[in-house]
Write a protein that binds this ligand. Structure first.
Ligand code: MN3
Length: 237
């Protein structure tokens, strides 16, 4: 064996696997997605914007584990089952909500899509060491719409307390004014042409492990220690 022959063999040994890989990659290429992408769900559970224990002691890691990991995940899973193989699978979540709102034959789809959206919005409506008061343009709008931040807090708490059964309390923008609204079950401001700014989930699963029947204490903790006013301000139009 001369030196050239040896080098040639060496080159083939190195190149052969690379050539093989290129052939495999090419076989999948034109217009045919890998099998994993074909069966991929249309929607995935967004990660929490903070650690699971970051809102303690106001909301426990145990509550967030169940609320985000089980309830929110279940809405995502149900939504994926309902849109699988339909044109809805290619639509943005907001569009599915708008198209199915108020349609009696689409209730299941609306409920799960809206609950996926509402929960993601709720996680963003909170932050560790939140609460306090908004500033800037949002503070001005709140003062103009409610006569001051304390009046806003009283009205928001009242809405959250008087939402009978499961639902949500919201600060929304409608045109130039801000309003407090409460929605039942999965209903959402998106379905009513309003821009959501901040929300508090008042389904019992949101607070029962930590507060049992004391919804008022949960809402108070939300306003005093968790509300993310920077996020709310970022949603203003
Ligand atoms: Mn919930």
């Amino acid at each position: 064996m001369n030196a050239y022959f040896n080098e040639g063999w060496l080159a083939m040994l190195i190149l052969a696997p690379l050539v093989g890989m290129a052939i495999v990659a090419n076989a999948q290429a034109p217009g045919k997605p890998p099998a994993a992408a074909e069966g991929a769900p249309a929607f995935t559970l967004p990660a929490l914007p903070y650690a699971q224990d970051a809102l303690e002691p106001h909301i426990s890691a145990r509550t967030l584990s169940v609320h985000h990991g089980k309830h929110h995940q279940a809405y995502v899973d149900n939504l994926n089952k309902l849109v699988a193989g339909t044109p809805m699978a290619d639509l943005p979540l907001e569009e599915i909500i708008r198209r199915t709102a108020g349609k009696p034959d689409q209730t299941g789809l609306f409920n799960n899509a809206a609950q996926v959206w509402n929960h993601t919005f709720f996680w963003n409506s909170m932050q560790p060491n939140g609460g306090g008061a908004p500033t800037g343009k949002l503070a001005e709008r709140i003062n103009a719409s409610f006569g001051g931040f304390d009046a806003f807090k009283t009205a928001f708490s009242e809405a959250a307390m008087t939402q009978f059964g499961s639902g949500w309390a919201w600060l929304v923008q409608e045109g130039d004014t801000l309003k407090i609204v409460k929605t039942s079950n999965a209903d959402t401001p998106l379905a009513h042409g309003q821009t959501a700014l901040l929300t508090c989930d008042v389904w019992e699963h949101a607070y029962y492990l930590d507060y049992q029947n004391r919804r008022k204490d949960f809402v108070q903790a939300f306003l005093d220690h968790l509300a993310n006013w920077d996020f709310a301000a970022s949603q203003l139009k």
